[in-house]
Write a protein that binds this ligand. Sequence first.
Ligand code: PRP
Length: 214
Amino acid sequence: MEYLTFALAKGRLAEKAMELLSGIGISCDEMKENSRKLIFTNEEQKLKFFLAKASDVPTYVESGTADIGIVGKDTLLEEGRNICEVLDLKMGRCRFAVAGYRSIRDKLDNSMDLVVATKYPNIAKEYFYQKKHQTIEIVKLNGSVELAPIVGLSDVIVDIVETGSTLKANGLEVLEEICPVSARIVVNRVSMKLEHERIAHIIEGLRKATGDDK
Ligand code: PRP
């Protein structure tokens, strides 16, 4: 039997995903030891697990170096890869929003030269160009995006909001909702055919475990 390979977005999501997988009999003892290792094997079940940076999970799955990926919808929307999204795990829930100071509201609706700071340039462009028919200037950042409107680098941000506490602590607020986000199972298109039975069995187990079996 060939190995079935999972690519997990490392961090909290990978931990939650492994908890969910252990509920359907998929586990990896080696992974429980806290280490800097990035690849783990369960020889008995012929499974491999990669811990990748979230934005790289779709790359591993599209290339077929991983059969199955667990990653947030935010990353899938931003990366736009040719992979099968098969299940919403209903965890890691948050939402995409436009946020900033309340005082920017008027400019937000009318301006054609709004400056938008974000870690997600494709999502920001899609939202402003396709949905709002506005042209914008994007400033690509890699984290702590809330800083940008405060220091005058941008008018607003496009970012994920979970509890809203980062915005609140920085005097910013949600100005427009874009879409909800949660963790998804994705599968490589070829693996879906070649390993259909094993993968279908896992997806079915997870579908039941997440209460999506109606
Ligand atoms: C994310 C996101 C927000 C924050 C939202 O950042 O970009 O900054 O979490 O969460 P909250 O609504 O619960 O406050 P992350 O913690 O991943 O760090 P980063 O900004 O450095 O990427």
